[in-house]
Design a protein around this ligand. Structure first.
Ligand code: NAD
Length: 353
């Protein structure tokens, strides 16, 4: 039986991951493929219990598992630890690196019943259907960083190798060729040498994909265009930090970051987590939106286990629940039925029936 390692992490991670597991168990009930769920520690919870944000046993269990389902890590309690010990730098980044998860896929597709939840006008957001492909194990987050002493200073380094660029860009072309055939590579090639290199490699890779229309966009313009006319985008491929920032921005096209799932892949090996963080401001109140995590579970079925039908069943169940007017508080408008985190998970399970 395929094994899934569940890492709830911190904050709302503890509330949203059980809802995703509940939905996965419900959708697979009576079907040929069953999953076994094991649990582990990561982030602040792991620091408290084991003195380290990514305990060796967690990384070993993640490597041994067929897929990982994660909540989110971090919180004010651990913010002042020295950099390498913090939940993000000591837990999140090392698990991505340790599993070689270089490709982070974040689909952002407007659903008709969410058009009114966006802070942008209907005609701007109604046709949004894009994917951000974020490079996840290189770039600014992984380069050498530190503090100088004379004069007092701090530095982070943005390094990309040809191989790192080539593999993510190739995946971008493959994805675009299966969708609407348009790939936008986002960089800052007017200023950064690493971006000029990224662009050179991208143009070279493009020769193998004549069916895909390639465009290049500076990241500052991309941020503006995502708000001005997001429907122009099909697949966006970009550097680690640019992708981090642009996907938070793009999540608001749908009205809440609580709607955006993600898959971090290295072949069929994958870690699945919502695009948002641990939301300490709402943790423990049963008000977090679990749908990004539930939809990340659907991505797991699709990408790690090839269970396309079951993945779509979850996606349709989520749509049905929203169609019926159920919303967690982050998305609710007057007239909607407001549900808590657990109740939203239950509603998706019901809708599967
Ligand atoms: P965040 O994404 O946790 O929260 C930003 C805002 O969005 C908050 O107001 C929060 O309440 C809201 N929000 C987020 N998810 C929501 C959900 N599912 N339902 C309803 N509202 C939701 O980002 P932040 O506040 O910048 O970071 C909080 C902590 O999370 C920090 O420690 C940060 O480092 C960490 N973080 C972790 C990850 C990860 O584990 N992958 C990603 C981003 C941030």
């Amino acid at each position: 039986m395929p094994k899934v390692l569940v890492l709830p992490g911190d904050g709302i991670g503890l509330e949203i991951t059980p809802e995703a597991v509940k939905v996965l168990e419900a959708v697979l009930k009576g079907r040929p493929t069953q999953l076994s769920f094991e649990y582990g520690l990561i982030g602040g919870a792991a620091i408290d219990a084991a003195g380290k944000a990514l305990p060796d046993e967690t990384l070993a269990a993640a490597k041994a598992a067929d897929a990982v389902l994660m909540g989110s890590v971090g919180g004010p309690k651990w913010d002042n630890l020295p950099a390498p010990q913090r939940p993000e730098l000591g837990g999140l980044l090392p698990i991505r690196k340790g599993l070689g998860l270089f490709a982070n896929i974040r689909p952002i597709k407007m659903l008709p019943m969410l058009v009114d939840s966006s802070t942008l006008r209907t005609e701007v957001v109604e046709n949004v259907d894009l994917v951000v492909l974020r490079e996840l194990t290189g770039g600014l987050y992984f380069g050498e960083k530190g503090r100088g002493t004379n004069p007092k200073s701090a530095f982070d380094t943005l390094v990309y190798t040809e191989e790192e660029i080539r593999r993510i860009v190739e995946l971008g072309f493959q994805m675009a060729s299966k969708r609407r055939g348009r790939l936008c590579s986002v960089d800052k090639a007017n200023v950064l040498e690493s971006s000029r290199f990224w662009r050179e490699i991208t143009i070279e890779v493009a020769k193998g994909f004549p069916e895909v229309e390639l465009s290049h966009m500076y990241v500052d313009n991309a941020a503006m265009q995502l708000v001005r006319w997001p429907a122009q985008f099909d697949v966006i491929v970009t550097e680690n930090m640019f992708g981090d920032i642009l996907t938070d921005l793009a999540s608001m096209l749908l009205g809440s970051i609580g709607m955006i799932p993600s898959a971090s892949l290295n072949g069929s090996k994958g870690l699945y987590e919502p695009s948002h963080g641990s939301a300490p401001d709402i943790a423990g109140q049963n008000i977090a939106n679990p749908l990004a995590t539930i939809l990340s579970g659907a991505l797991m079925l699709r990408y790690s286990f090839g269970l396309e039908e079951e993945a779509q069943m979850i996606e349709r169940a989520v749509e049905r629940v929203l169609q019926e007017g159920y919303r967690t508080p982050d998305l609710a408008k007057p007239g909607d039925t407001v549900l808590g985190t657990r109740e939203m998970g239950n509603a998706v399970v019901e809708a599967l029936k």
